[in-house]
Structure formats: structure tokens, C-alpha cells
Design a protein around this ligand. Structure first.
Ligand SMILES: [Zn+2]
Length: 484
């Protein structure tokens, strides 16, 4: 049964960047957020899984495109362009932590539409992915970049917040003029504050007031102009956040293993043995022999690189390692719990794709208690949901077998991240890994769903259902407004 939909509806999607679902729930329960609490009372509140890597940029793809980011061209915050597919880049690598943020809209697959393209008029502000917004991409111009950059690089939190509040004011002015059917407003202060002060810090909870203020202002505008009944507001997170105590200098360690390392910011290493692309910073792609333009599967790498794989696995900073044995088989390792394969059966229809988990010599790196065979995406989510690695089967296999992925994928251990050099400010909290605290995100709806929302990717098809727009595209998310 379809949820009751209004074809003249409007959706404001607020992205609570890096806000943990437990922190948002506490703020709601304490009565700090009356507007958002009223939406929750009318609707519902959920904890959903983000995409892996759990990092801003790629993690915006699921709710704006309904896809796994790697299958839309974004395998990480930093990635190496082995195939030389990028048309404009001084070096064959990207880091969306810096100025490359301008390229996100062009780096994602042009054949996969965004919600901003599918539902118009559309408007975005401060969104990492904003392709197709018909009435403005606020925060993406050079002028905005100059406003934001000094605070970003100094780690000036209140300075950053003021830039963002200004962007929100511009957004609300446009919102009133345009009455967008689909609008996306990202509030990134919770993420920035969590990195510097921890995910539970008071300053993070105070920054949630910016989300409350934006929602209250949007409702006031719609009430004043008599379109309140048609306006829906949903709040979605892009990833979680977890305390980090140790920063592994993986770059330095690889050099100490006598390897030539190509990594940001030094992208011109000659005859590099490996390209290290850390993003999050609790995950990394390692590209082997990056001079080769064609990706090879693990059996081809095994003779030269097996020892490195095992030495990496022994590092305290490393939790899971993954390699792709073929375009459909991912092998996962954990130092104590052994190895297993994730076998993916692709299909032209996502609903028909299947995942199996096959332990190797009794190994159980993902803590799933044994083998699982031919699960669809929904069941694969359900069996992994209570584990330390929610949605690991689908997320790991889709990432690892994607065209732009590295040859070894590293997910950091709890309390660790993987980049000790070249960070503008020291982080006390991190994300990027497949770990529970980093993978879980909040979803606040002003409607009651027909089925349990599972992934952030479910938001895109659900938004189309809410607005009565026919979903003609092969989403990987499933609408939670349809029972079946
Ligand atoms: Zn972050």
C-alpha cells in the first residue's frame, strides 16, 4: 500500500552532518528542540545505516541519489584515479577535504540523477553534492569558499558556524521566494565540532540548535505564505562519530617498509609502489602499483603483496582488511577472527541482487555467527544490523568491487584513525570506518513509514514517493513509504 501522498508537496531535507543518532535523540528528549520534537511526534524517529566509507561527501550520495557512493563514482573522501578518468585534475587523485570539493558534482556518474534534478524547482545550501539544483547551490561559489576557508583551516569553530548561519539565512530567503519542491540544507557544524571536542560535547549539542532554527524558520515562512500543509521536513545524518585516541601514521609506516608512497598532499611521488588514500580518517584505500592503469584482482597481487597484507593486519590500528578476489567476491580479514568471503550476485534490478557470507576455515571477521546464503539487500541489512559492523555485507562488497576502489581496503580499529600528518587540527573524534558508532545515522521523519527505514539510501526513493514523483530510476534504496 502506498503512503498517502500529495502531488503538490514540498520536501525540505536537512542534513545533520556527523550528528550521532543518540545525541539527536537526547536533545529531542530534553526539550531543547521544540520544532523538531513536534515533527517527531507527528512522524517517527529512526536509526539507519550510512554508506561505507562513513564520510561526508560520499555519504551524501545515498540520500541524494539512492545509490551506494562507490557505484556512483565516489569510493572515498580521498581516492586515486587509476584509470585516469578525471578530466580536470593536476594529479590523478581526489581529496574532497580540500579544494576538490568543487569537483564532487562532476565526479559522480552523470547518468544517475540526483533528487535535485528529479524534483524541481530545487535548491541546496552547504551540500557536498548539489548537482542539478535549479535555483541555486548556496555555499558552492568562490566567494563562499573564501569566507569559509580561513575558519576551516584554523579550526575556528565559531567562525565556521557563523559562515554556515549566513548560508542558512541566504537559503531561507531563496526558500521563501522559490518555494522549492525539493530543497537540501546541510548543517555541518555538528561534524566539525565533534572532530575537535568529541561527539558528546556541549558545543555539538548547541550547534543542533542551528537545525532547529532552520526547521522553525522554514515552517514560519510556509505558514505565513499559506503553504504549510504542503511542506514536509525530514532530517537525515550522513555518518556517525566516535572518539579517537590514537592516530596511526600509516604513511610513515609504509615508507619504513621501503615503499614509495603517493599520498595527499604530495601527489607527485615518482614510480610510487602504493597510493595511500585515507578518508574519514578511519578508513583507507591502498592502491598497489598505481602506475598501472588497469585494476587487477587480488590473486594477481598475492605473490608480491601478501606479506604486506599480513603485516598490515597485525597493526593495532587495523580492524578489518578487505581485498577483491574478482568483480563479485570480496575477502575480509580480521587479525583474531580470521577471514571470510562476501559473494555478490549482481543483477539489473537491485531487488534481485544477493549476498552470501562464506567463512574461510571457520573464520568470522564480521561476527555474523557463521555462513549466510543468498540474502537480498533487506535481509543482508537485517542479519548485520545488531553486529559490530552494521550493513557490512552490502557496503563492503559494493565498495570493494567498484571500479575506483583501492586494492586493499582498511577499516580502522576502535579508538584509532589512520592519518597523523598534514591535518590542520588534531581530531579527538573520527569516522570513516565500518564500525557501529561511525556507521549509524539519525533519520527524523514527519510521516510514519510503512516499513522500517534501513539505509540512508532509502531516503531518495521515499522522497519521490512522498512528492508523488514517479520513481523511474533503479535505486538501491527502498522506499519506506511502501509496505512492499
Ligand atoms: Zn567529519
Amino acid at each position: 500500500m502506498m503512503h498517502d501522498i500529495t502531488s503538490s508537496g514540498h520536501l525540505l531535507l536537512i542534513v545533520a552532518d556527523g550528528l550521532r543518532p543518540d545525541v539527536l535523540a537526547e536533545c529531542l528528549d530534553q526539550g531543547d528542540l521544540p520544532t523538531l520534537a513536534a515533527l517527531r511526534t507527528r512522524g517517527s524517529y529512526h536509526t539507519v545505516t550510512a554508506s561505507f566509507p562513513s564520510v561526508t561527501g560520499p555519504a551524501y550520495v545515498p540520500f541524494l541519489m539512492g545509490r551506494h557512493p562507490a557505484r556512483a563514482g565516489l569510493p572515498g573522501l580521498r581516492w586515486y584515479d587509476r584509470a585516469r578518468s578525471l578530466s580536470w585534475a593536476p594529479a590523478p587523485a581526489r581529496s574532497y577535504a580540500g579544494i576538490d570539493i568543487w569537483h564532487v558534482d562532476r565526479d559522480v556518474d552523470p547518468n544517475i540523477p540526483t533528487l535535485l534534478e528529479l524534483v524541481r524547482p530545487s535548491l541546496s545550501a552547504m551540500s557536498m553534492l548539489a548537482r542539478g539544483a535549479s535555483h541555486g547551490r548556496i555555499g558552492r561559489s568562490i566567494a563562499w569558499m573564501f569566507r569559509a576557508a580561513p575558519s576551516h583551516f584554523r579550526g575556528d569553530l565559531e567562525g565556521w558556524r557563523r559562515v554556515e548561519q549566513l548560508a542558512t539565512r541566504h537559503f531561507l530567503e531563496r526558500f521563501a521566494q522559490v518555494r522549492p519542491r525539493l530543497s537540501v540544507l546541510a548543517i555541518t557544524s555538528p561534524d566539525k565540532f565533534a572532530h575537535q571536542r568529541g561527539p558528546f560535547a556541549d558545543i555539538v549539542r548547541r550547534s543542533v540548535q542551528d537545525i532547529e532554527h532552520a526547521a522553525a524558520s522554514a515552517l514560519a515562512i510556509a505558514t505565513r505564505d499559506v503553504w504549510r500543509d504542503a511542506l514536509h521536513i525530514w532530517v537525515v545524518g550522513d555518518h556517525g562519530h566516535a572518539t579517537v585516541r590514537h592516530h596511526d601514521d600509516l604513511h610513515g609506516w609504509l615508507e619504513s617498509e621501503s615503499l614509495r608512497v603517493l599520498a595527499h598532499p604530495g601527489l607527485f611521488t615518482r614510480r610510487a609502489d602504493v597510493a595511500l588514500m585515507v578518508g574519514g580518517n578511519a578508513m583507507a584505500h591502498l592502491y598497489l602499483t598505481p602506475g598501472d592503469r588497469t585494476r587487477r584482482w587480488w590473486p594477481d597481487h598475492e605473490p608480491r603483496w601478501h606479506t604486506l597484507l599480513m603485516r598490515l593486519l597485525a597493526r593495532p590500528s587495523v580492524d578489518l582488511l578487505a581485498v577483491a578476489e574478482s568483480p563479485t567476491i570480496t575477502r575480509v580479514h580480521h587479525a583474531e577472527r580470521g577471514a571470510a568471503r562476501i559473494i555478490h550476485q549482481p543483477s539489473a534490478h537491485f531487488a534481485l541482487e544477493r549476498w552470501s557470507y562464506a567463512p574461510i576455515d571457520g573464520g568470522d571477521p564480521l561476527c555474523l555467527g557463521g555462513a549466510h546464503a543468498a540474502l537480498d539487500a533487506s535481509d543482508a541489512w537485517t542479519v548485520t544490523e545488531p553486529s559490530p559492523y552494521p550493513d557490512a555485507l552490502v557496503q563492503l562488497s559494493l565498495l570493494m568491487t567498484s571500479a575506483r576502489a583501492g586494492d586493499i581496503l582498511i577499516s580502522a580499529a576502535e579508538g584509532w584513525d589512520l592519518r597523523a600528518r598534514y591535518e590542520p587540527v588534531t581530531h579527538v573524534s573520527t569516522h570513516g570506518a565500518l564500525l557501529r558508532e561511525q556507521m549509524l545515522a539519525p533519520l527524523l521523519l514527519d510521516v510514519i513509514p510503512a516499513r522500517t527505514p534501513q539505509r540512508t539510501a532509502d531516503v531518495a526513493p521515499s522522497a519521490l514517493d512522498l512528492l508523488g514523483v514517479p520513481g523511474t530510476h533503479a535505486f538501491e534504496g527502498r522506499s519506506f513509504l511502501r509496505a512492499r
